[in-house]
Write a protein that binds this ligand. Structure first.
Ligand code: TRP
Length: 466
């Protein structure tokens, strides 16, 4: 994405870039933990409903706004004649910024595990939880120290992103995803087969298929909403930038459907591997420690598989590429915005941005286990709490910035710019938009009312739904 408005070379190019940005750490590292917290099956159901009824229409909306305005996140609203809505873009950019701060660090952890499985797999097998916490600076003897391992790998991952962007080889990485993503998918299927045959995993499978409504509150629904939008890369107005590179003859509705299906499939698959994996390997009592699900729970699986070490390296390598494509597209969108808005040079913007992202991300990594840094939070279910700073960062994006930006997009398109214009934009590829009527109702009434209600209720009501 350069300053000039280039276009995607081909349909495959766009799908890959959009799917590459959507399928990332969110699907494999974040989703399973959220699904566990939200009661398994009940979370899954809420998540799916949100993807279908809120996620897909919003993706259509962001893409069509972007293609119609041919402009970046913030200027879009001005370009369409409604400068007053630029705040929606600003929240989007800020959300993307906070996300990228921790994305660079979790990407670093993945890099650490690539080396971990390659060089010292037995150490991971022996004590997978201990290995994970050791990386984060919490030692087996109960002492803590600055997590230099995690920070070092995060620095390497961030630098890798910067180099790829500055060298202009983003296309190469995205093309690699053409092989990498199907490979990741197949590997997930293999891992699924392994999980369900591990002793003790049945309990986890049952959990993922059962509806525990006592664990569901409005906060849970808000978490599912934030997670769904996060995973689909929407609610940060970044798909507006993506849409602006989309040629007129592309079918926005069809592409949206494809991306939503792919992304959700990967997330659900990961949930069905990792949650039962956690039950089988760590047992219920350790589950509360959360966080490192994707890092800790897979060890037993790899250990008990023929060629497990090889599969371990392969898995984290593929996850690394998935994380890279997502992270690059996040950084690119912010850089594109900075260069256009403040006439900064691309190189300067990229280097400074990466340095700042990495520095703030250190707070995220340090507060995981080693340093007691806290944020503050208020919600209707738990009142005032002081979550670890890392959780605070995720709450901030998933539970405030993303939903508010998404709400802004709905109101803007539903009531100001008008859904007819978005529908026209979708139809400009020449094909019919069969669900246009439903889309209009969803974007105008259902989505804004639902998002607003969930937001307000989760902050004000103390009730669970059961
Ligand atoms: N969807 C990505 C993931 O699942 C993360 C992400 C959120 C993202 N918003 C984005 C990536 C915007 C690219 C652009 O990991």
């Amino acid at each position: 994405m350069d300053n000039k408005r280039s276009q995607w070379g081909s349909r495959v190019g766009f799908i890959l870039a959009a799917a590459g940005s959507a399928v990332g750490l969110g699907n494999i590292w974040k989703f399973p933990g959220r699904a566990y917290e939200g009661g398994g099956g009940s979370f899954l159901l809420i998540y799916l409903l949100i993807v279908i009824f809120l996620g897909a229409p919003l993706m259509i909306t962001e893409l069509s706004v972007g293609r119609a305005s041919q402009s970046n996140i913030v200027s879009t609203f001005q370009r369409l004649g409604h400068k007053g809505y630029s705040w929606v873009g600003w929240i989007g950019v800020c959300g993307a910024f906070v996300i990228t701060c921790y994305y660079c660090h979790v990407g670093g952890w993945v890099l650490r595990y690539v080396f971990g499985y390659a060089l010292e797999a037995p150490a991971i097998y022996e004590d997978s939880l201990g290995y994970f916490y050791e990386m984060l600076g919490a030692h087996a003897d109960g002492t803590t120290s600055v997590p230099w391992t995690a920070i070092g790998f995060a620095a390497a991952f961030t630098a890798l992103n910067a180099v790829i962007i500055l060298k202009g080889v983003v296309g190469g990485i995205e093309r690699f995803n053409k092989i990498g993503m199907p490979a990741l998918f197949i590997l997930l299927l293999i891992l699924l087969a392994r999980t369900v045959t591990l002793p003790g995993s049945m309990q986890g499978l049952k959990y993922m298929l059962s509806f525990d409504w006592s664990k569901v509150s409005f906060s849970t629904i808000l978490a599912a909403l934030g997670q769904a939008f996060y995973s689909l890369s929407i609610g940060m107005a970044i798909m507006i930038t993506y849409g602006s590179y989309l040629p007129k003859n592309e079918n926005i509705a069809k592409n949206t459907t494809l991306i939503c299906i792919m992304d959700t499939l990967v997330a659900v698959l990961a949930g069905f591997i990792i949650v039962p994996g956690v039950f089988a390997t760590l047992g219920e009592e350790e589950i509360g420690k959360g966080g490192g699900f994707a890092f800790v729970s897979l060890a037993k699986m790899f250990e008990s598989m023929p060629g497990g070490r090889f599969f371990g390296v392969l898995f984290y390598l593929l996850l690394l590429f998935a994380a890279l494509t997502s992270c690059i597209s996040l950084i690119e969108s912010i850089v594109a915005f900075l260069t256009e808005k403040f006439s900064l040079q691309r190189k300067t913007a990229t280097v400074w941005l990466c340095l700042i992202l990495f520095a703030i991300g250190c707070l995220y990594t340090c507060s995981q286990a080693a340093v007691p840094l806290h944020g503050i939070w208020l919600d209707g279910t738990n009142g005032v709490t002081y979550p670890a700073f890392c959780d605070f960062m995720e709450y901030l994006t998933d539970r405030i910035m993303i939903p508010v930006c998404a709400l802004g997009c709905c109101i803007f398109v539903g009531w100001v710019w008008k859904p007819e214009k978005a529908i026209e934009e979708v139809k400009s590829c020449g094909a019919a938009f069969k669900l246009a009527g439903i889309y209009k109702i969803l974007i105008k009434y259902v989505a804004p009312v639902a998002i607003l209600t969930i937001l307000i209720m989760s902050f004000t009501s103390g009730m669970t739904l059961s």
